[in-house]
Design a protein around this ligand. Structure first.
Ligand code: FAD
Ligand code: UDP
Length: 422
C-alpha cells in the first residue's frame, strides 16, 4: 500500500478505480514534470490520472524530508529554486508560500574560501590585489585566450577569464563532476556559471529566488491533492501498465530505458550523497562550499542556510560524482545529443505517449525549466483533448483513433502493441 501523509490512495483502490473506469492518463514519475501535468490534467480538464513512481515518495529529485534530528534535508542534493519566469513562479505559488533566499557559494581554492561565481572579490582575494571593477575588466581582457568559436566548456571559461582562473576553478571541478575534461563537454555546461566584474556574490541572478516555505514535498502534496489524481508509489510502471486501463501516457523517466536502450545507453552522470548531522549550530559560512581541486566530493551544502530552519544541530550533504547509479545528469556532448535524437524520433511515432522532463527529453534542465516545459506540454495536450472532444460521437480524429486503439491495446495484459511501444 502506498502512503504519504494520508493523502495517497491505497494501490488496491487505485487499481480498483482503474478497473472500473480506467484512467485517462498514466503518468510515470511524480517529480516536477509528472506532478505539474497531473495537476493540470485533473484540475483544468477534469481527467482521471494515475501517477506512478518507483520510489517511495513524490517530488522526484526535489523531494525533501526531515532527517532523524528533525532537520529538513534534500536527500538528492541541494535544490535551490530560481527563475526568470513570472508564469512559472505564479503557477507554483498556488501550492506554496515562499521564503526569499539568495544562494551563496564559496570555492575552496589555494587554501582560501573565495566567492563563486568569480567576481571582483574573488580575484582580489586570490591574487592579493585591489582592482576596481573597471580594472578587473581590463585584467580579464589581458588574460583571456582568443577563441574563434566557443564550442566547449573549456572555451567558455578561458575565453573570458584565462587559463589560471580556469585551472583553479573549473578544470578540476568539471573533471571530477563529469569524469570528462571541460574540452570534451558542450559549452552550455560551464556557461551555467557567470563571471562578474562587480561584487555581486549571489550564485544566481534570476528575478525570482525563493524556497518553498514548508518545503518541496508539501508543495507537491498540494499539487497532487485532487480527487481525480491517484498516486501509486514503489511501483515501476512496467509492473502495472497492462493491468490498469489508461488512454494516454506521460513518461518522465530516462528515455533510453523506455525503449529498452535499443540504440544503446544514453550516458547519465550519477552522484552519491553522504549526509551528516553534526552537533553544532553551523558548519560553514554559506549554503554551499565548492571543492574544485581537492577531495573526492565536489561540494558540501548545509541545509539550514537554504531552508532558514533554526536548530541547535546542523545537517550537511557531500556530493561524490559517480559513473554508475541513479541517472541524475544528462551528459551534454554532441554524440549524446545525436543518440538522443534517435530516441526522440522513436518517441514521436507514439502518439499515445508524451515524453517530458529532464531525463525523458535528455536536457540539463533546472526545476523551473521543467515546470515551463510541462506547462507548455499541457497546452498541447489540452488542444488535442479539445480537438478530440469536438469530433461527433462515433467518429474519431486520426490522433484520437490511434490513441484509443493504442490505449485499449496497452490496457490489455495480452496486448502485442505493449511490448513494442512501452
Ligand atoms: P525527476 O525529478 O527525476 O522525476 C522523475 C521521476 O520518475 C523520479 O521520481 C523517478 O523515480 C520516476 N521514474 C523513473 N523511471 C520510472 C519507472 N520506470 N517507473 C516509475 N517511476 C519512474 N534544479 C534547480 O532548479 N535548482 C537546483 O538547485 C537544483 N539542484 C540539483 C541538484 C542535483 C544534485 C540534481 C541531480 C538536480 C538538481 N536540479 C536543480 C535539477 C532538478 O532536480 C530537476 O530539474 C528536476 O527535479 C527534474 O524533474 P523531473 O520531473 O524531470 O525528473
Ligand atoms: N563548475 C565548475 N566549478 C564550480 C562550479 C561549477 O567547474 O565551482 C562547472 C562544472 O562543470 C559544473 C557546471 O559548471 O558541472 C555547472 O555548475 P552548476 O553549479 O550549475 O551545477 P549543478 O548545480 O547543476 O550540479
Amino acid at each position: 500500500m502506498s502512503e504519504l501523509n494520508g493523502m495517497m490512495a491505497p494501490e488496491g483502490a487505485a487499481a480498483q478505480a482503474g478497473a472500473e473506469q480506467g484512467f485517462d492518463y498514466l503518468i510515470v514519475g511524480a517529480g516536477f514534470a509528472g506532478s505539474v501535468l497531473a495537476e493540470r490534467l485533473a484540475t483544468q480538464l477534469g481527467l482521471r490520472v494515475l501517477i506512478v513512481d518507483k520510489r517511495s515518495h513524490i517530488g522526484g529529485n526535489a523531494y525533501d524530508r526531515h532527517d532523524d534530528a528533525g532537520i529538513l534535508i534534500h536527500p538528492y542534493g541541494p535544490h535551490i529554486f530560481h527563475t526568470n519566469s513570472a508564469d512559472v513562479f505564479d503557477y507554483l505559488s498556488q501550492f506554496t508560500q515562499w521564503r526569499p533566499y539568495q544562494h551563496r557559494v564559496l570555492a575552496n581554492v589555494d587554501g582560501q574560501l573565495v566567492p563563486m561565481p568569480i567576481n571582483l572579490d574573488t580575484v582580489n582575494k586570490l591574487y592579493g590585489l585591489k582592482l576596481t571593477s573597471f580594472e578587473l575588466e581590463a585584467f580579464f581582457e589581458s588574460v583571456a585566450e582568443k577563441r574563434e568559436q566557443i564550442r566547449t566548456s573549456e572555451d567558455v571559461v578561458v575565453a573570458k577569464v584565462g587559463r589560471d582562473l580556469y585551472n583553479k576553478f573549473f578544470r578540476g571541478y568539471t573533471r571530477k563532476q563529469w569524469g570528462l575534461d571541460p574540452s570534451e563537454l558542450d559549452a552550455s555546461v560551464t556557461a551555467r556559471v557567470p563571471t562578474r566584474t562587480n561584487r555581486d556574490d549571489r550564485y544566481f541572478a534570476d528575478t525570482f529566488q525563493a524556497m518553498p516555505l514548508h518545503g518541496y514535498t508539501r508543495m507537491f502534496e498540494k499539487m497532487l491533492a485532487h480527487p481525480n489524481i491517484k498516486i501509486m508509489l514503489n511501483t515501476d510502471y512496467r509492473e502495472i501498465q497492462h493491468c490498469i486501463p489508461w488512454k494516454h501516457m506521460v513518461y518522465t523517466g530516462p528515455i533510453d530505458t523506455f525503449f529498452d536502450c535499443k540504440y544503446g545507453k544514453l550516458p547519465y552522470r550519477s552522484l552519491e550523497f553522504r549526509h551528516e548531522t553534526l552537533p553544532q549550530e553551523q558548519f560553514q559560512e554559506v549554503g554551499t562550499v565548492n571543492y574544485p581541486n581537492d577531495y573526492g566530493y565536489t561540494r558540501i551544502s548545509e541545509f539550514k542556510h537554504i531552508t532558514g530552519q533554526k536548530h541547535p544541530h546542523t545537517s550537511v550533504v557531500y556530493e561524490y560524482p559517480r559513473a554508475e547509479g541513479d541517472p541524475y545528469y544528462p551528459v551534454p556532448q554532441p554524440q549524446n545529443a545525436e543518440l538522443y535524437k534517435r530516441y526522440e524520433a522513436e518517441a514521436e511515432l507514439l502518439p499515445h505517449v508524451t515524453f517530458v522532463g529532464r531525463l525523458a527529453t535528455y536536457r540539463y534542465y533546472n526545476m523551473d525549466q521543467v515546470v515551463a516545459q510541462s506547462l507548455a506540454t499541457f497546452k498541447k495536450l489540452r488542444q488535442r483533448h479539445e480537438a478530440d472532444a469536438a469530433v461527433p460521437a462515433g467518429l474519431f480524429s486520426s490522433a484520437g483513433a490511434t490513441r484509443a486503439a493504442a490505449g485499449a491495446g496497452l490496457a490489455s495484459p495480452n496486448a502485442t502493441s505493449a511490448s513494442t511501444t512501452a
